[in-house]
Design a protein around this ligand. Structure first.
Ligand code: ADP
Ligand code: MG
Length: 617
């Protein structure tokens, strides 16, 4: 009798399928790995039968003049029950239905309808020492991996185990070898676990390799076997049942010749099979950013995350603005989105940059009337009166003890303009407040509030560098942000704020930015917050919210002062922090949703020429 005496079970298995979003695994801290493997165990416990299908697509990624080989790995989970409620799962139709079919069978390989040759390897005899996430080791070579877990009825499991244990223990009486001792120990352990909350599963692991030639197939087979052997897994290519294996047929009777501890696995050990691992970031319809530490392209789509807030942090000269420009340019080519920006250093409003990004540059000059009347914004409902009072208090450094009064007066005011409000303060003889707020009435501030609002239609970037005074830049940027809120509601907007560290001392402004970002999420708006000195931002609760809530963070070269932020907000290890302290331009770490990988932003020659900031400026 052959090992794989497969009794065919031709009943079509009907699973409900989900696509699962993978995450890095080997990079994670032990407790994060444990969380994933534990969830996986619970997922298996929650269904009677689980099928996992991992599929590699070998492809090329082309960006302008360059061509990079890519592997895209897709993950699917199938069960007969409804939504499992673990991991990030998306309903899909049967991913197996479009696989090429078998057109010819050799004893040890098959020919497929797409003309390729394929071979299925089956592993068994799972060692006790399978490292967590071990399946990942095959992802670079295998074309497809199929794993099936079938829960064994608890009572039956106990019975099978005790029978097997008795058999093994009887061997102990004769000649004791380390092998039998280990086997007995394992069976004893297994019975205790199964007696508790754990389950016992039949497990099947099939690895499909494909090739155009026999040579290619043999080469892949050799590499797969090497990996399996290094993990003490037995692996072989069962003959005469290649078609059935390719069709992922499993049947209990197929494996009866194995002894129980080799084909069955308890749910705790099953955690090692945690499969949803990817060290690449390749979002569908994404924008090419560069390459990861393993030289695979990083293709990022902000819409693949659960929020569309992006922070870019790095010290001066680390490549933040270059990254932003390249990202905006590529995003515009890829999708329909309107760009709005606040540019404190007049980098994006330069002709060549504005033209390349297809935005209208608006250079704000000192003495120009901007019509950004805060009180009008309150009346129009862009901001509520309490927040506006807090904003004005921050912008004019009103001391804490006067703020409750300012808030009361502001909220109960009938004024239609900020100037009328100042008049009201005068009528009320609020000299203590006026000491701070009468600056509203005189230049340069009065120009900000006076006049009719500037046009914000279309793609628009405001260059505010010429407002030399930093506080004035903050006043104008925050009011412009408020004005831009109007557009936020129309959806598909992007708002970027570069040099955002200038807001760090103004919690009300940070709060405003954070609010705009939060509101925009509902409408598919992208908010980008770009800054040096992240520790300043992190110092206030409002700033911390911005840094911690963004689903995407691109961390470029940092100064040692940023260490705490990197540890606390982004959970980076010391090794990762050291890497960031000495990174080159455009080099860093991207953390996007569950992904965290090293990244080199790649710019084309053309982008470098157009987007570099010449030292003269
Ligand atoms: N990814 C990159 N590849 C090559 N050169 C880069 C890259 N990013 C930045 N540079 C170079 O470094 C300079 C400074 O980058 P910039 O984005 O202005 O820094 P930051 O905004 O962080 O101060 C750029 O003008 C460009 O010449
Ligand atoms: Mg910059």
């Amino acid at each position: 009798m052959g090992l794989f005496n497969l009794k065919m079970n031709n009943k079509v298995e009907t699973y409900k399928w989900y696509e699962v979003e993978p995450s890095p695994f080997q990079l994670l801290a032990q407790e994060d790995q444990d969380r994933l493997t534990n969830n996986f165990t619970q997922l298996l416990n929650s269904v009677n039968e689980a099928a996992i299908y991992v599929k590699n697509v070998f492809d090329f990624y082309e960006y302008e003049d360059s061509r990079y080989p890519v592997i895209i790995t897709k993950f699917y989970f199938g069960a007969k029950e409804n939504t499992p409620g673990f991991f990030n799962m998306k309903d899909i139709t049967d991913p197996l239905k479009d696989r090429p079919t078998v057109t010819y069978e050799y004893p040890d390989k098959i020919v497929l309808s797409d003309g390729s040759l394929a071979k299925v390897l089956v592993t068994y005899n799972y060692s006790d020492y399978l490292p967590d996430g071990f399946l990942f080791e095959y992802y670079g070579i295998a074309d497809e991996i199929f794993v099936k877990f079938k829960q064994v009825d608890q009572y039956k499991a106990m019975k099978m185990l005790s029978a097997a244990r008795l058999r093994a223990e009887s061997l102990l009486g004769n000649r004791v070898t380390p092998e039998t001792e280990r086997k007995v120990q394992k069976l004893r352990d297994l019975s205790t676990i199964i007696g508790g909350s754990a389950r016992l599963f039949e497990v099947y692991l099939y690895i499909v390799i494909k090739g155009k030639t026999n040579g290619e197939l043999l080469e892949k087979e050799k590499r797969i076997k090497e990996i399996a052997n290094a993990r003490l897994l037995s692996i072989e290519v069962p003959k005469y049942i290649q078609r059935e294996l390719y069709e992922f047929k499993t049947s209990v009777s197929a494996f009866t010749s194995f002894s129980i501890e080799k084909n069955f696995i308890d749910s705790i050990s099953a955690g090692a099979f945690y499969p949803f691992i990817s060290e690449d970031l390749i979002d569908e319809n994404g924008v090419f950013l560069g390459i990861s530490g393993s030289n695979s392209p990083v293709i990022f789509n902000p819409y693949s995350r659960n929020n569309y807030n992006i922070v870019i942090l790095g010290e001066t000269g680390s490549g933040k603005s270059m990254t932003t420009k390249v990202f905006l340019r590529r995003l515009r080519k890829k999708m329909n989105i309107e760009i709005n920006g606040i540019d404190p250093e007049n980098e994006y409003v330069k002709d060549v940059v504005a033209k390349e990004l297809n935005v209208t540059p608006v250079l704000i000059k000192p003495g120009q009337k901007l019509g950004l009347d805060l009180m009008k914004f309150v009346r129009e409902g862009f901001i509520d009166a309490t927040d506006a009072a807090e904003l004005i208090a921050d912008l004019y450094y009103v001391p804490q003890e006067l703020r409750p009064r300012l808030r009361r007066l502001f909220v109960s005011s009938d004024a239609d303009t900020i100037f009328q409000f100042i008049d009201e303060l005068k009528e009320n003889k609020a000299e203590d407040l006026l000491k701070y707020l009468d600056a509203v009435e005189s230049p340069p501030d009065s120009y900000v509030y006076d006049g009719i609002p500037i046009d914000i239609s279309g793609n628009i970037v405001f260059g505010i560098k010429e407002l030399r005074n930093q506080r004035l830049k903050v006043v104008v940027s925050s009011l412009l942000t408020l004005l831009l809120q109007k557009k936020i509601l129309s959806g598909r907007q992007l708002l970027f704020v570069d040099e955002a560290w200038i807001f760090s001392e103004y919690p009300a402004v940070l709060n405003l930015l954070q609010e705009v970002a939060r509101r925009g999420r509902k409408y598919g708006d992208i908010f980008m917050y770009i800054t040096q000195r992240p520790w300043d931002v992190y110092n206030t609760p409002e700033g911390r919210t911005i840094l911690e809530q963004a689903a995407t963070a691109i961390l470029l070269r940092q100064r040692a002062a940023a260490t705490e932020v990197l540890q606390k907000a982004y959970n980076l290890s010391q090794a990762e922090i050291d890497y960031l302290l000495s990174a080159n331009q455009g080099q860093g770490i991207i953390r996007a949703g569950n992904y965290k990988l090293t990244l080199q932003i790649l710019v084309t020659q053309e982008e470098l020429e157009k987007f570099s900031t010449s030292p003269a400026i």
